[in-house]
Ligand binder design. Structure first.
Ligand SMILES: [Zn+2]
Length: 175
């Protein structure tokens, strides 16, 4: 378990402050300040800190539920079982990893992209299909030129010129 910078309980974000043991009264290993949404835990070994943090989190849960009376024994027992549950079952709390985006050829024979397009491309309103088609065209050109960059560039320029020339041709109003 990691010690985060903040922890959210019942809609309230508590700032987590790590302080030396000497700063705490009654030799406590943690404190919670509801009025400034702050949890303080002592510096020390990570497991010890995590356990102390969970103790304060249980206090925060009790407060969220509207309980003014927090029996320390009960709070500590709950913190103990919560701590064990979390550290003994890491898989339960791991975020599901998103599948890596891949380029693939769809059933229709088009290049598709399974992921989210980079923001710049998305903003330029270039469809994944047309982008992949362009990439594939460039690959084909590179194969045609045996990967020679100069030759590829020259051939690309030629293709662009051809496309532009086609665009310039006046279209008939009707056919
Ligand atoms: Zn307590």
């Amino acid at each position: 378990m990691r010690i985060p910078k903040t922890v959210k309980v019942g809609g309230i974000t508590y700032k987590i402050v790590v302080a030396p043991q000497g700063d705490f009264t009654n030799n406590a290993c943690g404190e919670i300040y509801y009025n400034r949404s702050e949890i303080r835990i002592t510096d020390g070994e990570t497991q010890y800190q995590a356990r102390a943090l969970l103790h304060e989190v249980v206090h925060a849960i009790y407060a969220h539920l509207g309980y003014n009376n927090h029996p320390e024994k009960e709070v500590d027992e709950l913190a103990g079982v919560l701590y064990a549950l979390i550290v003994d079952n890491p898989e339960m709390f791991e975020p599901e990893s998103a599948p890596r985006p891949v380029m693939y050829v769809s059933d229709a024979g088009n290049w598709e992209y399974s992921g989210k397009l980079p923001p710049a491309i998305a903003a330029a309103d270039i469809s994944a299909k047309s982008l992949m088609a362009a990439v594939e065209k460039l690959r084909a050109v590179r194969r045609e030129t045996d990967g020679d960059d100069e030759a590829t560039l020259a051939l690309c320029k030629k293709i662009i010129k051809t496309i532009e020339a086609k665009k310039k041709k006046p279209k008939a109003d009707a056919q």
